[in-house]
Every structure is written in structure tokens, then in C-alpha cells.
Design a protein around this ligand. Structure first.
Ligand code: BDR
Ligand code: CA
Length: 316
């Protein structure tokens, strides 16, 4: 069994990623690191604690990550994030507050400790900015070679970004951190907008969770419907909401869900393209190609798996 760590900016699709990980018997979710992006870091940590409680896993530790991108003086949640995920990150849905606090150890130290303890059995799935992972790498560069794999949600290679024509939100928050991770020896898979915007959910599916008449089914239907409504405004041509973050978890567990292209990637850190994920021309002829960039996805198989797993989890 894999040991999995999620590094989330707990908004709505991050909440769906937590549920997917908990519903998957192939992996043990050993901890959640809280990041910023859709929300401030402390709100994301609280959302993760509350969601774990709702889903019957108050035992899984939650660690606080770094508060904002190292490159920016201050961090404010983008208005578009509040529009998509709600001001509280989970579609204005109210959850019972967990009666515990995050762990005292930092998220960065948790990454380092887990890499040494579990080695190749460890799978890291970041679905927010890469600030925490880059900081862990800087503190202990050895971890890149130790871990089994890093499957991240972020970037865009064959489609435009969602912040501007070249940048995707998670990478856009901290391009320097992302560039460090892409240039490192982490065994990396990039699950970008190229594939995530092909995996869609509609209210037809969330109604199935509502029909379960359980608290988890009802809360998850409410928060996902908020996200589906937001997508009707921001991306009406899609016909549903994109399952960005849960696809990263699913592809970490079953890589055959996506088709990948082996590349050496970089992230532009300055100039008009800052935040762009692109092949690195200076490493194009290196024998070791470090990133598997997903360019296609078996969307039917994924959405079926997603519905099967989450519906079973919410019916408990
Ligand atoms: C990514 O940005 C966040 O808003 C989502 O949670 C997802 O991780 C999509 O660009
Ligand atoms: Ca996210």
C-alpha cells in the first residue's frame, strides 16, 4: 500500500481530492499539509480538519504549510477564487468545527520526515502552489531521490492557462517554487489543465450523493453544486465543473488513467510569461527526462471511478 500525503489549498476540488484519497483502498492517507491559494493557509487547514471529521477520519494529521509565496510580499486571495470556491473555500457550506488543532510539526518538516521514513512507498500529491514542497527540497535536497513519486495538479502545456493565457492558478501563485520542483529529481507527473478540464461533473451526479440522505452526501453535494454553478459563469462551454484535484489523486494511484509525454520542464519565473510551464530548451537533449506531463485522460473511466468511490464513501 502507498503512503499518500496531500498538499492542498482546501477549496472545493481539493475537498473532492480528500474524499477520493479516503475512498481508495490502494493508499493510506498519512497526512494533509495545508497550503494557500483558493483560501488563506489557516482557512485551508481548518477546512481539511473539518472535512476529515465529516468523513469519519479525525485521526489523520493535518500540518500547517507556509503562508504565502516566497516571492510575493503579501498574499491576498484572488477575487476569482472566492467566486469559484466561495469565501470560506468550500462553497459557503457550514461544517461542524473539528475539535482538534493542526499538528505542531510544520508541513515542510513532515514532508522531510515522511520521505526518510517511507522512501519509495511515499506518494506526494500537491494540488495547490508548490511552496511547501520546494521549501522541503531546499532544506533537505536528498528527499527528491527518496520518494516514490510526486503527482501534482498544476500547469498547462497544450491549452491556455486559467489565470491568464499562459499560467495556471497553482503554478501562478509561486513560479519560483514550481520551477525548483520541476528542475529537481523528484519523479514528477504533471496533471495540468490539459487533462483536468476534460473531466467534468454535473448536478446529475451530485444528486446521487444527495439521494443517499447522509450528512457527508448532503454537504458534498452542496459544495460541489456551488462549484458547478461557478463554472456556468466562468467556463460555460465546458458543461460541468472540472475535477482538477481528484484527477491528480486518481492518476497517482492508477497512472494508466492518463497518457503522458516525457519532458524536462521548467517554469518561467520572470517577464511576461512568469508562471508558464514549458519544456526546458537547455535540458532538451538530456538523457533523463524527469517529468511525465499528462496530455490525455480516459475521462469516462476516471469519472466512473470517481463516482463509484465517492458515492460508497458518502453512503457510510
Ligand atoms: C487549481 O487551482 C485551484 O483553484 C484548484 O483547486 C485547482 O487546484 C486549478 O487551476
Ligand atoms: Ca487546489
Amino acid at each position: 500500500k502507498y503512503k499518500m500525503i496531500l498538499d492542498l489549498d482546501t477549496g472545493i476540488d481539493d475537498a473532492l481530492a480528500i474524499a477520493y484519497a479516503l475512498a481508495s483502498e490502494e493508499c493510506d492517507l498519512i497526512g494533509i499539509v495545508g497550503s494557500y491559494g483558493n483560501i488563506l493557509v489557516e482557512d485551508g487547514v481548518q477546512n481539511s480538519l473539518d472535512l476529515l471529521e465529516l468523513l469519519g477520519h479525525p485521526d489523520i494529521p493535518v500540518f500547517t504549510g507556509l503562508p504565502h509565496a516566497s516571492t510575493k510580499d503579501s498574499f491576498e486571495v484572488m477575487p476569482i477564487s472566492a467566486q469559484i470556491h466561495g469565501k470560506n473555500g468550500i462553497g459557503e457550506v457550514k461544517l461542524k468545527k473539528a475539535d482538534r488543532k493542526p499538528e505542531a510539526m510544520s508541513g515542510v518538516d513532515f514532508f522531510i520526515e515522511a520521505a526518510h521514513k517511507y522512501g519509495k512507498d511515499l506518494v506526494i500529491v500537491p494540488t495547490g502552489p508548490l511552496t511547501n514542497l520546494a521549501a522541503a527540497l531546499e532544506k533537505d535536497p536528498e528527499i527528491a531521490k527518496l520518494v516514490g513519486k510526486v503527482t501534482l495538479m498544476g500547469g498547462a502545456l497544450t491549452v491556455p492557462g486559467n489565470v491568464n493565457p499562459v499560467t495556471e492558478a497553482n503554478i501562478d501563485q509561486d513560479p519560483e517554487a514550481a520551477d525548483k520542483v520541476f528542475r529537481s529529481e523528484f519523479p514528477l507527473t504533471m496533471i495540468g489543465l490539459d487533462v483536468t478540464t476534460r473531466t467534468l461533473l454535473t448536478t446529475k451526479e451530485t444528486q446521487k450523493w444527495r439521494d443517499l440522505k447522509t450528512l457527508a452526501g448532503e454537504k458534498y453535494a452542496d459544495l460541489t453544486d456551488y462549484y458547478i454553478d461557478a463554472y456556468k459563469v466562468t467556463s460555460p462551454y465546458l458543461g460541468g465543473c472540472a475535477l482538477h484535484d481528484p484527477l491528480a489523486v486518481a492518476a497517482a494511484i492508477d497512472p494508466s488513467l492518463v497518457t503522458t509525454l516525457d519532458l524536462n520542464m521548467k517554469v518561467d519565473t520572470e517577464g511576461p510569461y512568469a508562471g508558464r510551464t514549458i519544456g526546458d530548451e537547455t535540458r532538451i537533449n538530456e538523457p533523463a527526462l524527469l517529468t511525465k506531463a499528462a496530455v490525455n485522460v480516459d475521462k469516462t473511466r476516471f469519472v466512473d471511478l470517481f463516482m463509484e468511490r465517492l458515492t460508497t464513501l458518502f453512503s457510510k
